[in-house]
Design a protein around this ligand. Structure first.
Ligand code: P71
Length: 485
C-alpha cells in the first residue's frame, strides 16, 4: 500500500469485488440485534493435533467432548442462551422459600398471560414435564400420535407403556421439500387412528411447534385449528410442546395469510387457545439456562401432575427449580415473545442457511427456526446408514474447525423396542444449532466456511462403527471407532 493510500486518499481497486453488507447481499436493508453486549466469555481454539486426541477420547461422539476443547459450540440451543441484564437482576430477587416462593407466582402469571393456560406445574426442565404428563395420562397399550418423534418425549411415552405414532405430513421427511409448514399434522393419518373405536386408545395428541427433528419446521395456525376440530369430533385431547412455539409464531407471521399484522405474542396466545395444555423446556425460547413447566386447563390433569411432581421433581411451587430460576423464566417468557428479538434470532439462523444454500451445500430447506441441518446422506452418499454418516460428519466438522454439532440420524433414532433393530430414519442429519444472543455474524461466517471445507474434503471419508451402546437415549453416551480402509 502506498503512502498516498495510507493518507486516506480514495482508492478504488477495480480487480477487488466491492464488499457488501449482509442486507445488501440480499437486496434489503440490514437488521441488527436489539441489544448490545455487556459481558463476554473468551473462546479458545485448540490445534488440529489436540482436536484429534480430544475426538478419539470422546469416542467420536460430540456429546462426550469437553466444552473447553470446543471453539464454537453449536451442539444445542438448549440452556446455552445468554440471559439479559433484566433476567440477571431478577435472579437477585430469588425467593428461596421451600413453599410458595413469590417467583413461582410470577412464573404462573407469565404463563397464564402469554400462553393462556389456567394451571402451571413447574419442573426442572422439559423432560421432567414430559415424565409427568406421560405418567399421568398414558396407560399400557395406548397410542400417542404426534408430528414426528422427539427423543425424550417418545421415550417417556414408551416408558409409560404407550407407543408413539408419527402422523406428520410426508413432506417433513424430505429434506428438499419447500413446503412452508413442514411441521403440519396429516389429518388423514390422524383420523385413521381415531376411527373404529381407535380414539379410545389415544389419551392425547402430541403436537410440537416447531418440530425439532424435522429441522425446526413450523406448524400453521390452520393446521392446529383443524387438528383441534378433529380431536373434538372424537373426544380426544390435544397437548402441545411449546418449547419453540415463539419461533413457530414467527413463521406464521411471515408465511400465513392474515398474520402479517399480528405480533409474535398474539400469535402464540392464539395458537395455544386451540390446545388443552402444554409442556415446555424453557431452556430454548425462554432464554434461560435451566427450567421448564407443564400447564393445562383440565383440573384432573392438574391434580395428578401436581401430586406426581412432589415425587419426582420437588414441591408444586418449585418443581426442581430454584426461586431465582423461576424468576428468570418469567422474565424470559416476555423477552422471547418480543418481535425485535425474534427477527434477530431467526435472521441469524437464516443468514447462515442462506450462505450454505447459496454455495449449494446440502441442507434441509426451508431453513427452520433454531438450527441449520446438514443432510449427511448428500455429504457422504458412499457411507451406508449403518455406518452412521451423520455421526461421521459431526466428527469431521469438529476435526476441521473445532465446531461442535449434533447427530440427528440413525444414532438418535435408537432401536425399535419390539424388534431391537436400529430404526433407520429417512432424515440423516447434523444439526448446527444456534444458541440465542450468544454468537455474532462473524461466527456464522467462520461456521459457513468450515462446513464448506468439510464438504470439499468429503471423498475418502469412511463411516464409524459403534463400540459401546447404552440402553436409553444412546446418542448421548455411545462410543465409536473409525472404520479403517
Ligand atoms: C435439544 C434438546 C436437548 C436435547 C434433548 C435430547 C437429546 C439431545 C438434546 C430438548 C427438548 C426439545 C423438545 C422439542 C422437549 C425437550 C426436552 N431438546 N421437547 O434440542 O427440543 O427438554 O432438554 O429441557 O429436558 O438440544 P429438556
Amino acid at each position: 500500500m502506498s503512502a498516498e493510500q495510507l493518507d486516506g486518499a480514495q482508492v478504488v481497486d477495480e480487480a477487488r469485488p466491492m464488499h457488501r453488507t449482509m442486507g445488501q447481499q440480499s437486496g434489503r436493508r440490514s437488521w441488527a440485534e436489539p441489544w448490545k453486549i455487556k459481558m463476554v466469555e473468551p473462546l479458545r481454539m485448540i490445534d488440529r493435533a489436540g482436536r484429534d486426541v480430544a475426538l478419539r477420547d470422546a469416542g467420536y461422539n460430540t456429546f462426550l467432548l469437553r466444552s473447553d476443547d470446543v471453539y464454537i459450540d453449536l451442539l444445542t440451543d438448549s440452556g446455552t442462551n445468554a440471559m439479559s441484564d433484566r433476567q440477571w437482576a431478577g435472579m437477585m430477587l430469588g425467593d428461596e422459600a421451600y413453599a410458595g416462593s413469590r417467583n413461582f407466582y410470577h412464573l404462573e402469571a407469565a404463563v397464564r398471560k402469554h400462553y393462556g393456560y389456567r394451571h402451571v406445574v413447574p419442573t426442572h426442565q422439559g423432560r421432567g414435564a414430559e415424565h409427568l404428563i406421560s405418567q399421568a395420562l398414558i396407560k399400557p397399550g395406548d397410542i400417542i400420535p404426534g408430528n414426528m418423534y422427539f427423543t425424550t418425549t417418545r421415550l417417556h411415552q414408551e416408558l409409560a407403556g404407550g407407543a408413539f405414532v408419527d402422523v406428520i405430513i410426508d413432506e417433513a421427511h424430505d429434506p428438499a421439500s419447500l413446503h412452508p409448514f413442514k411441521g403440519n399434522i396429516d389429518l388423514a393419518k390422524l383420523e385413521a387412528l381415531f376411527v373404529d373405536g381407535g380414539a379410545a386408545k389415544v389419551p392425547y395428541v402430541c403436537l410440537a411447534a416447531t418440530v425439532n427433528m424435522a429441522g425446526g419446521q413450523p406448524v400453521s395456525m390452520a393446521n392446529v385449528r383443524d387438528v383441534r376440530a378433529l380431536c373434538n369430533r372424537y373426544g380426544v385431547r390435544l397437548y402441545l410442546d411449546v418449547t419453540r412455539l415463539a419461533e413457530n409464531a414467527w413463521f406464521i407471521q411471515e408465511r400465513e395469510e392474515g398474520y402479517a399484522g399480528k405480533s409474535i405474542a398474539e400469535i402464540t396466545l392464539e395458537f395455544c387457545s386451540h390446545t388443552d395444555g402444554a409442556w415446555v423446556s424453557s431452556k430454548k425460547d425462554h432464554l434461560v439456562n435451566i427450567g421448564g413447566w407443564l400447564a393445562m386447563n383440565h383440573d384432573d390433569l392438574f391434580q395428578k401432575a401436581s401430586n406426581l411432581v412432589v415425587v419426582y421433581e420437588g414441591l408444586h411451587t418449585y418443581g426442581g427449580m430454584a426461586g431465582r430460576d423461576m424468576e428468570a423464566v418469567a422474565i424470559g417468557i416476555e423477552e422471547a415473545l418480543d418481535d425485535a428479538h425474534m427477527n434477530a434470532r431467526i435472521g441469524q439462523v437464516r443468514y447462515l442457511g442462506e450462505l450454505l444454500s447459496d454455495w449449494h451445500l446440502p441442507i434441509v430447506l426451508p431453513v427452520g427456526g433454531h438450527a441449520i441441518f446438514l443432510d449427511a446422506r448428500r455429504f457422504y452418499p458412499h457411507v451406508a446408514q449403518s455406518c452412521f454418516p451423520a455421526q461421521t460428519l459431526a466428527a469431521q466438522l469438529y476435526l476441521d474447525s473445532g465446531i461442535r454439532a449434533m447427530e440427528r440420524g440413525v444414532v438418535s433414532a435408537g432401536r425399535d423396542p419390539q424388534t431391537g433393530d436400529h430404526r433407520y430414519p429417512k432424515l440423516e442429519l447434523v444439526r448446527l444449532t444456534i444458541p440465542r444472543r450468544v454468537y455474532t455474524q462473524a461466527h456464522m461466517d467462520v461456521v459457513a466456511e468450515a462446513v464448506k471445507a468439510v464438504y470439499d474434503q468429503r471423498e475418502g471419508v469412511r463411516g464409524l462403527r459403534m463400540v459401546y451402546e447404552p440402553e436409553y437415549l444412546r446418542f448421548f453416551q455411545a462410543r465409536f471407532e473409525p472404520i479403517e480402509g
